[in-house]
Design a protein around this ligand. Structure first.
Ligand SMILES: [Zn+2]
Length: 362
């Protein structure tokens, strides 16, 4: 329970109809689970490295972690992955990068992949040959160009130096979980991706500011992170304009191990709404019931949401999704308040951008 509301119990199957917005100016945000999101804007799709294989603890560490192709096909089904223009990868750990070599990249039109150089090195020749790669930290700070060799279309991406929460300390028993371990970076390109979970090195961790563009104009801002980190120890990022962050895609686990997250980030970046993701147990296959990852207690989830509520305060206008008026908490949508949702994997959100209704046609 979060705020006395039940968490989603099962992965929701994606519905193609969920990706047809009521209005052209609406953006669609789909929660694949863990750090994986899909953002549909003006007919173009952006993905943040979905992960579906949900390897167990052993495969996530010392044993073989082979992508589960059935789970991947099932996870992408009914979502507009063929329209993928951009793939963002925040860091190289198994629960963020290990399924990428089994993505249906051949069905996409050579998407632009923005990832740390170490992560790109891990992914192998086959992936690198099918994407237009922008290795980080090249070209930062500041927004990447939207056109040129590796176009990002109607998305303007600003990579932000971020960090990774300390891990849970399982190395004391010889196992690595994905919370900050295994550390290290891959300095040379691998021909084949790593075979074991521990081969997926963290590299440098990045957050991303994702601006949805209507022509040259920014009409919606999303701040994406795939790990909890203290805003204070992160390298300074370029000052944003005064305009708010419309949606912060957050990472809940281990926020209690860092200082100032989420409260300081939500307050300082003028965040209006939080989608509090990465909460579910990704060591557990997706066809089983959903439950929180072991390091995240009910008390901590409530504390996270409380910090969000205090940092945003009482909203003076509606910033939440426009398609949740009839949903059933725990069944068709996750627990939510006026400024946040803890999304159920497979849940789809539509947000109204500030584009004018008649100019945002694809
Ligand atoms: Zn990680």
């Amino acid at each position: 329970m979060v705020r006395d509301q039940p968490l989603g119990e099962h992965v929701l199957p994606a519905q193609a109809a969920d990706f047809v917005p009521d209005e052209q100016r609406d953006a669609v945000l789909h929660y694949y689970g863990v750090g994986g999101w899909g953002i549909l804007w003006k007919g173009e799709y952006l993905m943040t490295a979905p992960y579906f294989s949900n390897h167990g603890l052993l495969a996530s560490s010392t044993c073989e972690a082979r992508p589960d192709e059935d789970a991947i096909a099932h996870g992408f089904a009914e979502t507009p992955y063929r329209a993928t223009k951009v793939i963002l990868v925040g860091h190289g750990h198994v629960d963020h990068a290990a399924d990428i070599p089994a993505y249906p990249l051949a069905q996409m039109d050579r998407p632009t992949m923005i990832a740390d150089q170490s992560t790109l090195n891990l992914l192998g020749n086959a992936v690198r040959g099918q994407v237009c790669a922008i290795p980080l930290p090249a070209a930062v700070p500041g927004p990447l160009p939207t056109d040129g060799d590796c176009s990002t279309g109607a998305f303007r991406i600003t990579p932000l130096p971020w960090a990774h929460a300390p891990h849970a300390g399982l190395e004391s028993v010889g196992l690595y979980a994905t919370f900050g371990a295994p550390q290290g970076a891959q300095s040379t390109p691998l021909c084949e991706p790593p075979k074991t979970g521990n081969g997926w090195l963290v590299g440098r961790t990045w957050a991303f500011l994702i601006e949805l563009l209507d022509g040259e104009r920014t009409v919606f801002r999303i701040l994406y992170v795939d790990s909890a980190a203290s805003p204070a120890f992160v390298a300074p990022w370029p000052p944003l304009e005064d305009d708010p962050i419309d949606v912060h895609i957050a990472c809940m686990p281990d926020f209690d191990l860092v200082t100032g997250y989420p409260f300081d980030l939500v307050r300082d970046r003028n965040v209006k709404y939080v989608l509090a993701g990465h909460w579910e147990d990704f060591f557990r296959p997706r066809d089983r019931s959903v439950r929180p990852v072991a390091v995240l207690s009910e008390h901590e989830m409530n504390e996270f949401v409380l910090q969000v509520e205090q940092a945003i305060g009482q909203p003076t206008e509606e910033h939440g999704p426009v398609n949740k008026t009839d949903c059933t908490v725990g069944k068709t949508c996750g627990p939510h308040g006026s400024t946040w949702t803890v999304p159920t994997p497979g849940e789809t959100f539509r947000f109204r951008t500030s584009a004018s209704p008649d100019t945002a046609s694809p």
